[in-house]
Design a binder for this molecule. Structure first.
Ligand code: ADP
Ligand code: MG
Length: 283
């Protein structure tokens, strides 16, 4: 049976928004020495907005945005939502097909338009300016017109304001921090610099994130914090999987050992502190 002090400690944690699923998990939680954190939606607000549009000579900014928006209104990707909201005028599109993890293509006014990652679509003459936007922390998609680069759209998702303080507090607790993200290397490093995180792993697919977690757990007890369905394998691979912003039904919550009911990242060091104190009382 679970000692009464653990029951009390788990009850206290639930009152400040941290759901710990068992007594064994509570005791393991206090031993964690490293946390890996997903970027998009966990460290960032998950409210991406268009903050830059580049075009090649002669192309019109609003027209390029309109072409992209014509396709993106058919997608639910967070980048698509941002682009669809930014266009002043959105023409109709036909034959729209989305390629997950790469981008989207369709026909607008008889022209084939493609929008997607710079890894998938050649940025051509825009390459240097695209890299510069990424270094400022934006995620950039390229727009092709009949297979030729015609523009690029920079989308920014702000860091949650409490992140630098949370990283400093964790460091003070002797807990190492790693950022894991599917985003490109330049954007990832820009956000990590703002956050005060020095260990960054970018361009990771869900299975890459799980492999990175296994490397970390081999060194010291490690937790993973995520929110997306993409993070489920990494949450399962961690000694402690923590799901942010619990709603009850997500795959991320299912695979998690610990769930935070809200999205205040200051709960992370608070929960570690609580679990460590609880451990000292028990042992
Ligand atoms: P993440 O969730 O890390 O952003 P995804 O696998 O969803 O990664 O997408 C990877 C990249 O593919 C995006 O950063 C973007 O460049 C491109 N992409 C995916 N879907 C779209 C879309 N609907 N429109 C434009 N680009 C897209
Ligand atoms: Mg995604």
């Amino acid at each position: 049976s679970v000692p009464i002090t653990v029951v009390a400690a788990i009850g206290a944690a639930s009152k400040f928004g941290v759901i710990i699923k068992s007594g064994a998990i509570f005791e393991r939680f206090g031993g964690v020495r490293h946390v890996a954190v997903d970027k998009t939606g966990t460290l960032t607000r998950n409210k991406p907005t268009v903050t830059a549009v580049l075009t090649v000579d002669g192309a019109d900014v609003d027209q390029v945005l309109g072409w992209a928006a014509a396709l993106e209104q058919h997608s639910t990707h967070p980048l698509a939502t941002a682009i669809a909201a930014a266009a002043p005028d959105t023409p109709a599109a036909a034959d729209v097909t989305e390629l997950a993890g790469h981008g989207i293509q369709g026909v607008v006014d008889g022209i084939t338009i493609t929008v997607g990652s710079p890894r998938w679509l050649d940025p051509g003459a825009l390459a240097d300016r695209v890299a510069s936007l990424e270094e400022q922390g934006m995620t950039v998609v390229i727009v092709h017109r009949d297979g030729e680069h015609v523009g690029a759209i920079g989308v920014r998702d702000e860091l949650r304001p409490e992140v630098p303080e949370v990283v400093r507090t964790l460091t003070g607790q002797g807990i190492g921090v790693t950022m894991l993200t599917g985003d490109n290397v330049r954007t990832a490093h820009a956000l990590a610099a703002q956050a005060g995180i020095t260990d960054v792993r970018a361009e990771m697919r869900p299975e890459d994130k799980a492999a990175a977690i296994s490397e970390l757990t081999a060194v010291a007890p490690a937790a993973m914090i995520g929110d997306g369905i993409n993070d489920a394998p990494a949450l399962a691979a961690a000694d402690i999987g923590i799901a942010m912003g619990a709603t009850g039904s997500d795959a991320a919550i299912e695979s998690a050992d610990v769930a935070f009911t809200g999205h205040d990242l200051r709960l992370i060091p608070r929960a570690f502190d609580h679990a460590r104190r609880g451990r000292r009382i028990i042992n």
